[in-house]
Design a protein around this ligand. Structure first.
Ligand SMILES: NC(=O)c1ccc[n+]([C@@H]2O[C@H](COP(=O)([O-])OP(=O)(O)OC[C@H]3O[C@@H](n4cnc5c(N)ncnc54)[C@H](O)[C@@H]3O)[C@@H](O)[C@H]2O)c1
Length: 290
């Protein structure tokens, strides 16, 4: 039976992989709603209905009644969020409230929200560390409460450090693995934020996309961690590229990562297929230093 699926942030990194996976089923009709604040038309796929706009205008921009909503269209970077709280509030709090209310009023069969693991850091105090963490954790509270107050059908998954194709390597919203690839290609030192021993669960973006779809199809409620079980320090990642390393200060709000509940693996059988060190090894082998 054909399904109408709305993906917010569909021109962004992880959501573009969700769309790439969803369009494999010809019965799925996909609409993306993205304001292109960090999205790119280069991430578009044929056959998808791409609409331009802020999620806070969702009611006007999406007259259809989708069966499923994947909500990824938010401000999505931890450290830069400290410098632009008003933008983060607008995109994440005002935008997400409108999305959640839309799902209630249109009787969407499932809302899938992609939460941030930053709130699990420092024994739960991580949610207070940056505007980004605060808004993401607040939205989890909001959605859990919509489940309680209105029986909203939802599932919440937690992504950990996405890496893989279409990741941005330059600009204020670039992410670490693609940034190191860029610096490596330019024969520049890899900039590691001190102390460099902080560990992260880098997770392959295609595994995250498949996990989010699995959670949307079979999950209920909060607590679906999607993380590679192996953690690596930033120094280990830089060394996998062959260095050299330049240490820098200034990365507000980042603390040791800490994984949340493991329902995705235990209940849904989700697993990862590619480790970041194998991905880097393959990249280095196919791009030998000149
Ligand atoms: N990448 C990760 O490691 C990671 C980790 C935890 C959670 N997440 C969450 O996953 C989602 C996607 O992350 P990503 O890394 O692909 O980010 P991204 O910036 O590549 O994608 C987000 C997309 O949403 C769009 N967008 C932002 N605010 C919007 C709004 N209010 N209305 C419409 N469009 C809007 C942007 O233009 C962009 O295309 C985000 O919600 C993020 O918080 C990502």
């Amino acid at each position: 039976m054909s399904k109408l699926i709305l993906v917010t942030g569909g021109a962004g990194h992880v959501a573009s992989h969700i769309i790439e996976e969803l369009i494999k089923d010809a019965d799925n009709k996909i609409i993306s709603l993205d304001n292109y604040f960090n999205g790119s038309e280069a991430n578009h796929f044929p056959g998808v209905d791409y609409r331009r706009g802020h999620t806070k205008d969702i009611d006007k921009l999406i007259p259809e009644n989708p069966d499923l909503v994947f909500h990824l269209g938010e401000y999505a970077r931890v450290s830069p969020s400290v410098h632009e709280p008003a933008l983060v509030y607008d995109l994440n709090i005002l935008g997400t409230f409108a999305v959640v209310e839309f799902c209630r009023q249109r009787k969407v069969k499932k809302l899938l929200y992609t939460a941030s693991s930053t709130k699990f850091a420092i024994e739960g105090d991580g949610r207070q560390q940056t505007p980004y963490s605060f808004t993401k954790a607040t939205n989890v509270d909001l959605i859990n409460n919509y489940g309680r107050w209105y029986n909203l059908p939802y599932a919440i998954c937690y992504f950990y450090n996405a890496f893989g194709p279409r990741e941005k390597g330059t600009g204020p919203y670039s992410t670490l693995i693609a940034r190191f690839q860029e610096l490596y290609l330019q024969n520049k030192p890899l900039t590691v934020t001190k102390p460099g021993t902080q560990k992260r669960n880098f997770t392959y973006v295609k595994d995250l996309a498949k996990g989010a779809i699995l959670v949307a199809q079979k999950g209920h409620g909060d607590g679906y961690t999607l993380a590679n079980p192996h953690t690596y320090s930033i120094i280990e990642i830089a060394q996998a590229f062959g260095g050299p390393i330049e240490y820098i200060n200034n990365d507000p709000g980042r603390r040791e990562s800490n994984t949340g509940p493991d329902k995705a693996r235990q209940e849904l059988g989700w697993n990862t297929t590619l480790d970041v060190l194998d991905y880097i090894r393959d990249f280095v082998n196919t791009h030998p230093r000149k």
